[in-house]
Design a binder for this molecule. Structure first.
Ligand code: ADP
Ligand code: MG
Length: 252
């Protein structure tokens, strides 16, 4: 039996701007089953990040949810308070951004950045938290993690920083991960490595992914289904194989 992890129904989001209201999301529907990867692709401004942020309730103050629901394991996230969302974020749903420099603190050693998340959410000892941080860094392929934990984000390459960002996102063992263009900022040679790592993690931990990218080539291998976004709507949603062999929408 498959279990529905996420179900977005008829979501409409506008933004208040100086120039009036912008219709960013114009009726988005999607569902995600446990263990599956749904990719959202589409040109810049089509509404991918707004969709991702709406799930995490991380939209800016000028956002207005006009209609719809976002059911996570059956509960409507749009009805949760900020306090309730704090125990969903990171613990149940993690988000990975394009640039890990925005999620990592540049002035804090990376071992501490990961250990602190563990200490904040659980009553783990400092020793135990650092031990787990080390294991996580090992898991995402940072060589010599014990030593490297003592370094700062700028002392790592872009690919390694994204791995660290992913390690930090997975600290609390969420089973649903939203990745908003996680490889777009990386060199092409590194992109495949990070994708492979995300796939390995998915197999090992039974993760469900909402994977956002701006073009199809990046999601070819990782996705089970692909939704193409255009002007705030999903204009095509099909099995990954189907979309490549038989695209229906002109944008695709
Ligand atoms: P992308 O698909 O590139 O991730 P976004 O989801 O970021 O696109 O943006 C979708 C639309 O919503 C765009 O037209 C964008 O200008 C608008 N938008 C996003 N965030 C804001 C905001 N904070 N204020 C006003 N408009 C916004
Ligand atoms: Mg975006």
């Amino acid at each position: 039996m498959s279990e529905t992890i996420l179900s977005i129904e008829n979501l409409r989001i506008h933004f208040k701007t100086f120039a009036g209201e912008v219709q960013a999301i114009r009726g988005v529907n999607l569902t995600l089953q446990k263990g599956e990867t749904l990719a959202l692709v589409g040109e810049s401004g089509s509404g991918k990040s707004v969709t991702a942020k709406s799930v995490m309730q991380l939209l800016s103050n000028n956002a207005m949810v006009k209609e719809g629901s976002i059911l996570f394991k059956g509960e409507n996230l749009l009805e949760k308070s900020e306090h309730e969302m704090q125990s969903v974020r990171g613990k149940e749903i993690a988000i990975i951004f394009q640039d890990p420099m925005t999620s990592l603190n540049p002035t804090m050693k990376i071992g501490r950045q990961i250990a602190e998340v563990i200490i904040k959410h659980e009553k783990a000892s400092k020793e135990e938290a650092y031990k787990r941080a080390e294991e996580l860094l090992e898991l995402v392929g940072i060589p010599n993690p014990k030593e490297r934990m003592k370094q700062y984000p700028h002392q790592f390459s872009g690919g390694q920083r994204q791995r660290i960002g992913i390690a930090r996102a997975l600290v609390m063992q969420p089973d649903f991960v939203i990745a908003d263009e996680p490889i777009s900022a990386l060199d092409v040679s590194i992109q495949a490595q990070v994708i492979n790592m995300l796939e390995d993690l998915q197999r090992e931990r039974g993760l469900t992914y909402l994977f956002i990218a701006h073009d199809l080539s990046m999601v070819k291998h990782i996705s089970d289904r692909i939704g193409v976004m255009y002007l705030g709507k999903i204009v095509e949603l099909t099995d990954a194989d189907e979309l490549y062999s038989n695209p229906k929408h002109p944008y695709t």
